[in-house]
Ligand binder design. Structure first.
Ligand code: HEC
Length: 122
Protein backbone atom coordinates (compact mmCIF):
# COMPACT_ATOMS: atom_id res chain seq x y z
CA UNK A 1 0.00 0.00 0.00
CA UNK A 2 2.62 2.46 1.16
CA UNK A 3 4.85 1.37 -1.63
CA UNK A 4 2.25 1.85 -4.37
CA UNK A 5 1.34 5.32 -3.08
CA UNK A 6 4.99 6.33 -3.24
CA UNK A 7 5.25 4.85 -6.70
CA UNK A 8 2.22 6.71 -7.95
CA UNK A 9 3.50 9.99 -6.47
CA UNK A 10 6.85 9.43 -8.11
CA UNK A 11 5.20 8.69 -11.43
CA UNK A 12 3.06 11.79 -11.16
CA UNK A 13 6.03 13.96 -10.15
CA UNK A 14 7.99 12.47 -13.01
CA UNK A 15 5.28 13.24 -15.53
CA UNK A 16 4.83 16.82 -14.28
CA UNK A 17 8.58 17.35 -14.14
CA UNK A 18 9.04 16.06 -17.67
CA UNK A 19 6.28 18.29 -18.97
CA UNK A 20 7.69 21.34 -17.20
CA UNK A 21 11.16 20.60 -18.52
CA UNK A 22 9.87 20.27 -22.08
CA UNK A 23 7.85 23.49 -21.82
CA UNK A 24 10.72 25.49 -20.36
CA UNK A 25 13.18 24.06 -22.89
CA UNK A 26 10.85 25.08 -25.72
CA UNK A 27 10.55 28.61 -24.32
CA UNK A 28 14.27 29.03 -23.79
CA UNK A 29 15.55 27.21 -26.85
CA UNK A 30 17.62 29.52 -29.01
CA UNK A 31 16.37 29.99 -32.56
CA UNK A 32 19.30 27.92 -33.76
CA UNK A 33 20.81 25.47 -31.30
CA UNK A 34 24.59 25.33 -31.24
CA UNK A 35 26.82 22.42 -32.21
CA UNK A 36 28.53 20.90 -29.15
CA UNK A 37 31.44 19.32 -31.08
CA UNK A 38 32.24 22.55 -32.90
CA UNK A 39 31.90 24.45 -29.61
CA UNK A 40 34.50 22.18 -28.00
CA UNK A 41 36.99 22.95 -30.76
CA UNK A 42 36.46 26.69 -30.36
CA UNK A 43 36.68 26.45 -26.56
CA UNK A 44 39.98 24.54 -26.83
CA UNK A 45 41.52 27.40 -28.79
CA UNK A 46 39.78 30.52 -27.43
CA UNK A 47 38.34 29.90 -23.97
CA UNK A 48 40.17 27.18 -22.09
CA UNK A 49 43.10 29.23 -20.84
CA UNK A 50 40.70 31.20 -18.67
CA UNK A 51 37.53 29.09 -18.31
CA UNK A 52 39.05 25.60 -18.70
CA UNK A 53 38.04 23.02 -21.27
CA UNK A 54 35.99 21.50 -18.44
CA UNK A 55 34.36 24.88 -17.78
CA UNK A 56 36.11 25.28 -14.42
CA UNK A 57 37.83 28.66 -14.29
CA UNK A 58 41.62 28.79 -14.42
CA UNK A 59 41.88 32.42 -13.33
CA UNK A 60 40.57 33.76 -10.02
CA UNK A 61 38.65 36.53 -11.81
CA UNK A 62 37.03 34.26 -14.41
CA UNK A 63 33.72 32.48 -13.73
CA UNK A 64 33.06 28.76 -14.15
CA UNK A 65 31.03 28.03 -17.29
CA UNK A 66 30.17 24.37 -16.71
CA UNK A 67 26.86 23.98 -14.90
CA UNK A 68 25.63 27.16 -16.55
CA UNK A 69 22.60 27.20 -18.86
CA UNK A 70 22.95 27.64 -22.61
CA UNK A 71 20.55 30.58 -22.52
CA UNK A 72 22.55 32.43 -19.86
CA UNK A 73 25.87 31.92 -21.66
CA UNK A 74 24.32 33.16 -24.91
CA UNK A 75 22.84 36.23 -23.23
CA UNK A 76 26.17 37.14 -21.60
CA UNK A 77 28.11 36.63 -24.83
CA UNK A 78 25.69 38.95 -26.61
CA UNK A 79 26.03 41.50 -23.82
CA UNK A 80 29.85 41.46 -24.17
CA UNK A 81 29.45 41.85 -27.94
CA UNK A 82 27.11 44.84 -27.81
CA UNK A 83 29.17 46.29 -24.90
CA UNK A 84 26.27 46.42 -22.44
CA UNK A 85 28.56 44.20 -20.33
CA UNK A 86 32.20 45.19 -20.26
CA UNK A 87 35.32 43.27 -19.34
CA UNK A 88 38.82 43.82 -20.71
CA UNK A 89 39.49 40.12 -21.29
CA UNK A 90 36.13 39.17 -22.79
CA UNK A 91 36.15 42.27 -24.99
CA UNK A 92 39.25 40.88 -26.70
CA UNK A 93 37.66 37.48 -27.29
CA UNK A 94 34.13 38.25 -28.52
CA UNK A 95 35.03 40.13 -31.73
CA UNK A 96 36.75 36.94 -32.94
CA UNK A 97 33.49 34.93 -32.75
CA UNK A 98 30.70 34.60 -35.33
CA UNK A 99 27.04 34.14 -34.31
CA UNK A 100 27.45 30.42 -34.95
CA UNK A 101 30.63 30.29 -32.84
CA UNK A 102 28.81 31.91 -29.91
CA UNK A 103 25.93 29.42 -30.21
CA UNK A 104 28.41 26.53 -30.44
CA UNK A 105 30.45 27.45 -27.35
CA UNK A 106 27.24 28.06 -25.38
CA UNK A 107 26.01 24.61 -26.43
CA UNK A 108 29.36 23.04 -25.48
CA UNK A 109 29.81 24.59 -22.04
CA UNK A 110 26.17 24.03 -21.05
CA UNK A 111 26.41 20.37 -22.11
CA UNK A 112 29.15 19.63 -19.54
CA UNK A 113 27.58 17.66 -16.70
CA UNK A 114 28.35 18.79 -13.17
CA UNK A 115 27.51 17.04 -9.93
CA UNK A 116 26.83 18.80 -6.64
CA UNK A 117 28.69 16.88 -3.95
CA UNK A 118 28.08 19.01 -0.89
CA UNK A 119 25.72 21.82 0.01
CA UNK A 120 26.54 23.44 3.37
CA UNK A 121 23.73 22.98 5.89
CA UNK A 122 22.28 19.89 4.19
C1 HEC B 1 41.79 35.91 -21.14
C2 HEC B 1 40.78 35.25 -20.34
C3 HEC B 1 39.45 34.88 -20.96
C4 HEC B 1 39.21 34.22 -22.13
C5 HEC B 1 40.23 33.74 -23.14
C6 HEC B 1 37.79 34.05 -22.20
N1 HEC B 1 37.18 34.58 -21.12
FE1 HEC B 1 35.19 34.57 -20.71
N2 HEC B 1 35.51 35.68 -19.05
C7 HEC B 1 36.74 36.07 -18.57
C8 HEC B 1 36.57 36.87 -17.38
C9 HEC B 1 37.69 37.49 -16.54
C10 HEC B 1 35.18 36.96 -17.15
C11 HEC B 1 34.47 37.71 -16.02
C12 HEC B 1 33.96 39.02 -16.58
C13 HEC B 1 33.40 39.95 -15.54
O1 HEC B 1 33.93 40.01 -14.43
O2 HEC B 1 32.42 40.63 -15.87
C14 HEC B 1 34.54 36.18 -18.22
C15 HEC B 1 33.18 36.02 -18.33
C16 HEC B 1 32.58 35.18 -19.25
C17 HEC B 1 31.18 34.88 -19.28
C18 HEC B 1 30.12 35.38 -18.32
C19 HEC B 1 29.89 34.32 -17.30
C20 HEC B 1 28.99 34.72 -16.16
O3 HEC B 1 28.92 33.95 -15.19
O4 HEC B 1 28.35 35.78 -16.20
C21 HEC B 1 30.98 34.02 -20.32
C22 HEC B 1 29.67 33.40 -20.77
C23 HEC B 1 32.27 33.79 -20.94
N3 HEC B 1 33.22 34.52 -20.25
C24 HEC B 1 32.47 32.97 -22.02
C25 HEC B 1 33.69 32.83 -22.66
C26 HEC B 1 33.88 32.04 -23.84
C27 HEC B 1 32.78 31.21 -24.50
C28 HEC B 1 35.16 32.16 -24.21
C29 HEC B 1 35.83 31.61 -25.43
C30 HEC B 1 35.23 31.88 -26.70
C31 HEC B 1 35.81 33.03 -23.24
N4 HEC B 1 34.88 33.42 -22.32
C32 HEC B 1 37.15 33.39 -23.25
C33 HEC B 1 37.97 35.75 -19.12
C34 HEC B 1 38.15 35.12 -20.33
Amino acid sequence: MKRSLKRSLLLRAGATGAMTTVTIAALLAPAQAGDVAKGRKIAAVKCQMCHGLDGQAKLPEAPHLSGQTEQYILTQMKAFRDKTRKNDMMSLVVPTLSDDDVADVAAYYSAIEVKIVKVPGE
